[in-house]
Design a protein around this ligand. Structure first.
Ligand code: NDP
Ligand code: 2IT
Length: 446
């Protein structure tokens, strides 16, 4: 088969599974990275592991109907994509956001398989969610939506079958309501969701894990290139779970955090937020569910409807909001600012074009499937805590998280091609994850 035939073949196969752009870009990225691995392994080619990993085991789609505070009936769509359980139970978050489509969740589930493989924990890949928008809804409306969502989801999940967690729009409040409904329907308190409130079996440290893990990964990339995080300037996008805890740890490591953002705009603090300001921002976002435009702090300037990248000088960029938030033009701005490190706290926040700019401009790039894997790795600790009927301390969790992030960094370095002395972490992460998945698929037979 010629290269052109193989390319056409892949394109038509992707079209058959899902013609959406996000799923396509995730697969094309991986295909490019793992080409040499497949070329070297007749066993992988014979077992058709790449193709078998393209198509999810199944996609479950369902109607979610609920009653709003005015007594009106609302209807949303819910999904769970169970991509592969070859390494362990399907594992991945639930996203509640009006932009969610089947394409969004299929791309996220595909990425999750590689990420989960990198953690070294026994977890497969999945993702789910709904086009429901929790923003502006009362607690009671969110509760009724979650109860209705679980009324269907419960029959598809189980602690050794499929273990959902949070993602955009799904935090402790939503997981609490979902788990409460699951317990009522099934009479099981088996820890089937992770990211639970601590009183319901949640793990101390899970809230912080993704953001902390991302900073640990960024620090490891910096050390590897002979730099240090203390004294560096860090620009962050997003002001949710991942972004704010990344800010917290960066500050603890004596970096200056110069920005956060939400979909209304960016909050920039040229001299760096102080610890009290970050603590207050966490409270403002988690408890008040406030908007950044309504927050004020000494030395902080709000730029309405704008991304943070052009408003400050920084050495490290941590995109922690959403997919494809950094396009080629943003990447050029980031490189022009003198930034040398990008670590993705979000899932695929950089487009292919943006990644190419970083590659060409010598910016070290840490892909989400490696840099944000601390969240799901810690979810797996929560599964262990629940299965073992234990109560872990926060210190134990954070110490283990640190070890997992350094191990993922090592795996990336080991598998990455080196180009002009700069580690290609993108290819390294894809290759390291792929080999684990491929070996398990071969071992399993057809
Ligand atoms: P949250 O809902 O807590 O926060 C999301 C943040 O991103 C908010 O500030 C939100 O702003 C902003 N945002 C979301 N969508 C958009 C958009 N379309 N345009 C601009 N800003 C946007 O989610 P998380 O922090 O949990 O997730 C952030 C990213 O990290 C996602 O890509 C997620 O998949 C990924 N991730 C999350 C993990 C976790 O454990 N939670 C683990 C690994 C990855 P606004 O409120 O205005 O919408
Ligand atoms: O993208 C992700 O890794 C998450 N949203 C967390 C998944 C999990 O199961 O903790």
């Amino acid at each position: 088969m010629t290269t052109m035939d193989a390319t056409n073949d892949l394109a038509s196969m992707i079209d058959l599974v899902n013609p959406g752009t996000l799923y396509r870009s995730a697969i094309e990225e991986v295909a490019e990275s793992i080409g040499p691995v497949i070329a070297e392994s007749e066993q992988y080619r014979k077992a058709r592991v790449f193709e078998r990993l393209l198509i999810p085991d199944r996609v479950i789609r369902f109607r979610v109907e609920w009653v709003n505070d005015e007594g009106g009936v609302e209807v949303n769509t819910g999904w769970r994509v169970e991509h592969t359980n070859v390494l362990g139970p399907y594992k991945g978050g639930l996203r509640f956001h009006p932009s969610v489509t089947e394409d969004t969740l299929q791309f996220l589930a595909y990425e999750q398989c590689f990420k989960n493989a990198l953690t070294g924990q026994p977890i497969g890949g999945g993702k789910g969610g709904s086009d429901f928008d929790p923003k502006g809804k009362s607690d009671n409306e969110v509760m009724r939506f979650c109860q209705s969502f679980m009324r269907e989801l419960y029959r598809h999940i189980g602690p050794s079958v499929d273990v959902p967690a949070g993602d955009i729009g799904v935090g402790g409040r939503e997981i609490g309501f979902l788990y409460g409904q699951y317990m009522k329907i099934t009479k099981q308190r088996d820890g089937v969701l992770t990211g639970k409130p601590v009183g319901l079996g949640g793990l101390l440290g899970r809230t912080e894990a993704t953001g902390y893990g991302c900073v640990t990964f960024a620090e490891a990339m910096m050390k590897h290139r002979g730099d240090k995080i203390a004294g560096s300037r860090v620009a962050i996008s997003g002001a949710g779970n991942v972004a704010l805890y990344a800010a917290e740890l960066a500050l603890q490591k004596e970096a200056k955090v110069v920005s956060v953002s939400d979909s209304g705009g960016s909050l920039v603090c040229e001299n760096g937020f102080n610890g009290d300001q970050i603590k207050e921002l966490i409270r403002f976002k988690e408890v008040e569910r406030g908007r950044l435009k309504d927050w004020s702090g000494d030395g902080c300037v709000f730029h309405s409807e704008d991304k943070p990248w052009k408003h400050a000088e920084y050495d490290v960029a941590l995109p922690c909001a959403t997919q494809h938030e950094i396009e080629e033009s943003d990447a050029k701005v980031i490189a022009d600012r003198g930034c040398l490190y990008v670590a993705e706290g979000a899932n695929m926040p950089c487009t292919h074009g943006a990644r190419s700019v970083f590659h060409d401009r010598g910016v070290t790039f840490g892909p989400g499937k490696a840099a944000n894997a601390g969240g799901v790795a810690t979810s797996c600790f929560e599964m262990s805590q629940n299965a073992g009927h234990e109560t872990w301390t926060k210190d134990r969790t954070l110490e283990k998280l640190h070890g997992v992030m350094l191990d993922i960094h090592e795996q990336c370095v080991e598998h990455a091609p080196k180009e002009n002395g700069i580690v290609n972490y993108g290819a390294g992460a894809d290759r390291a994850g792929f080999v684990k998945l491929a070996d398990a698929i071969v071992a399993m037979g057809v």
